[in-house]
Design a binder for this molecule. Structure first.
Ligand code: SIN
Length: 270
């Protein structure tokens, strides 16, 4: 990854190919335009940004989200939010409401939507005594590490993303998308929602998707975060997959999440 002048010098990579800590940003302070530009630049470069040990509440979580874009409110049917405390933007993902047991698989969030959320912002609330780490996988790296003939084969293709068992909740997206800011190309498939490559036969699509699903999360592309109390993490849902490791049963774990509205992913071939 190349250096960029707006990434703070204190940024500390978490792994070789994605993820950075920003240990010197205090999210309890008002967010200046310069700090917001630094956060955005670090996200563009590293895909995942972590702010360790933040002493903040939902109001500062919401302020950070607003600085990054338009907030995507959880739907009314979402099992738990902070609506009653005045923060309907904030979803709660916990062992108590059992949503924590739905995130222990590689995926990007709701890619069956025409415009899947762009950023997710987590704020750790309750940690198990050990475990409960989160992993992210760089889909830029997943694309970069493909052979040239494979890149050329995949670039014109589109893939049907669908909410499993719900054909009405589906969208077509490019298999390879491009970050309009950096120009970098990335794979845009995941095991949970990517059902069928439209231009291929069913057997061909099954084989290609099986390869891409396993290739896209190989250890070289992954960073893993061991949470401490108050940590805040943001990832770019268009270019990163994630996996919350559920290795802490029967202990509780609770996290707050806000999502930011995304544009439809841009085809690399466009
Ligand atoms: C999520 O998948 O949005 C939650 C990830 C986590 O709990 O670490």
């Amino acid at each position: 990854m190349s250096a960029s002048p707006t990434i703070p010098l204190s940024a500390r990579p978490i792994a070789g190919l994605l993820g950075a800590e920003l240990p010197e940003i205090d999210l309890s302070e008002p967010l200046t335009a310069e700090v917001v530009a630094q956060i955005k630049a670090t996200l563009t470069e590293y895909g995942v940004v972590v702010f360790p040990r933040q002493d903040i509440g939902p109001a500062e979580h919401v302020a950070l989200a607003r600085a990054l874009g338009e907030i995507k409110f959880p739907p009314d049917y979402f099992p738990e939010t902070l609506r009653d405390s005045g923060f309907p933007e904030v979803s709660v993902i916990s062992t108590q409401n059992e949503l924590a047991y739905l995130t222990d698989r590689w995926h990007a969030d709701v890619t069956w939507m025409p415009n899947p959320p762009r950023y997710s912002i987590l704020h750790m609330q309750q940690l198990p005594p050990a475990g409960g780490d989160t992993m992210w996988s760089s889909q830029y790296a997943a694309y970069d590490w493909l052979s040239e003939p494979m890149k050329q084969f995949l670039e014109p293709l589109t893939v049907r993303h669908q909410l499993p068992g719900s054909p009405d909740h589906a969208s077509d997206h490019p298999v390879v998308c491009r970050n309009p800011v950096s120009g970098r190309k990335a794979l845009f498939i995941n095991k949970v929602f990517s059902m069928r490559i439209n231009e291929l036969s069913e057997a061909e699509s099954d084989a290609v998707l099986a390869f891409l699903v396993s290739h896209s999360v190989q250890p070289e592309f992954v960073c893993r975060w061991r949470w401490t109390d108050g940590d805040v993490a943001i990832w770019d849902n268009h270019y990163v997959q994630h996996y919350a490791i559920a290795d802490y049963r029967p202990h509780p774990r609770k996290i707050h999440r806000i999502e930011i509205v995304g544009e439809p992913p841009v085809a690399a071939s466009s």
